[in-house]
Design a protein around this ligand. Structure first.
Ligand SMILES: Nc1ncnc2c1ncn2[C@@H]1O[C@H](COP(=O)(O)OP(=O)(O)OP(=O)(O)O)[C@@H](O)[C@H]1O
Ligand SMILES: [Mg+2]
Length: 256
């Protein structure tokens, strides 16, 4: 019998985050369901990216950042002293907004992560590259030019390449910050379809301002306002029957 805990991949407990004296997240409590897509929505500055970075210990790349509270991955704190941060970041992959391929070949872009994690055998790297490109639907488009520069790809292909780069290390969670920013509608639709496929294999958290996109790709939605979690629930419930007036105003586009 599945217990509730087993279905929750990440537990966020009383999470607060300060950049210097500025508080960007205030006592967030949230359980991110396993094998589903959770959208984090909220207006600009609400703390969406800060929350995503907190889930993989990426905020610490800045000086003067203070994190309080806990994030549990499969029940185990990722902020505990002595934890292997590189391993946390492998298990919980972050795709930053508008990710840019490295100025390297397509092959080397995808092989970058596996190499970093100690995979050296050419056959193993070949397998990882092929598997990852297939997973994002890019293999047939690029299999004959794996040694060409990734910078020659179209914007939509680059976006999928960056997702392939993220899945190459076989993460368990994918955090995707504003997918499809600056992409045309066709490429955006491809990315959204891809997210729907990827959630069969990974736990996904997507930060977006785009309500339609949140509605199309997510099973659950978390609404942040000024660093606080206002509402969380199944997307269909939150969109149809928001419990909080602030959520209702946001999703119906009344901003004040
Ligand atoms: N490295 C940083 N140093 C100082 N303040 C920061 C830093 N990163 C973010 N902030 C501040 O924290 C708040 C939350 O920012 P965050 O980028 O998480 O919001 P967001 O919801 O992702 O916004 P957007 O929709 O514009 O991407 C903002 O007020 C922002 O100015
Ligand atoms: Mg952001």
């Amino acid at each position: 019998m599945a217990t509730e805990m087993k279905d929750i991949k990440l537990v966020v407990r009383d999470l607060s985050l300060h950049y210097g004296t500025f508080q960007a997240l205030a006592s967030i409590n949230l359980g991110i369901p396993s094998g589903a897509a959770t959208a984090v929505i909220g207006r600009t500055g609400a703390g969406k990216s800060s929350l995503l970075r907190s889930l993989c210990r990426m905020n610490e790349l800045w000086d003067d950042v203070r994190t309080e509270g806990q994030v549990l991955l499969d029940g185990k704190s990722i902020y505990e002293p002595g934890i292997d941060v590189t391993e946390v970041r492998r298990r919980v992959g972050l795709l930053a907004r508008s990710p840019i391929p490295f100025p390297k070949s397509i092959f080397d872009n995808i092989a970058y992560g596996p190499r970093l994690h100690g995979i050296r055998q050419r056959g193993d790297l070949d397998d990882a590259v092929k598997r990852s490109l297939k997973q994002v639907g890019l293999w047939n488009e690029v299999k004959d030019k794996l040694n060409s520069s990734a910078l020659e790809l179209s914007p939509g292909q680059k976006a999928r390449l960056c997702i392939a780069r993220a899945v190459a290390v076989q993460p368990e969670v994918l955090l995707i910050d504003d997918p499809a920013t600056n992409l045309d509608p066709v490429s955006t639709a491809k990315i959204e379809d891809l997210i729907l496929e990827l959630k069969e294999h990974y736990t996904i958290v997507v930060a977006t301002h785009n309500m339609q996109q949140a509605g199309r790709v997510s099973d659950y939605v978390a609404f942040l306002s000024q660093g606080s979690l206002v509402e969380f629930g199944p997307t269909s419930d939150v969109f149809a029957r928001p419990k909080d007036k602030r959520t209702e105003d946001y999703i119906t586009g009344r901003y004040n």
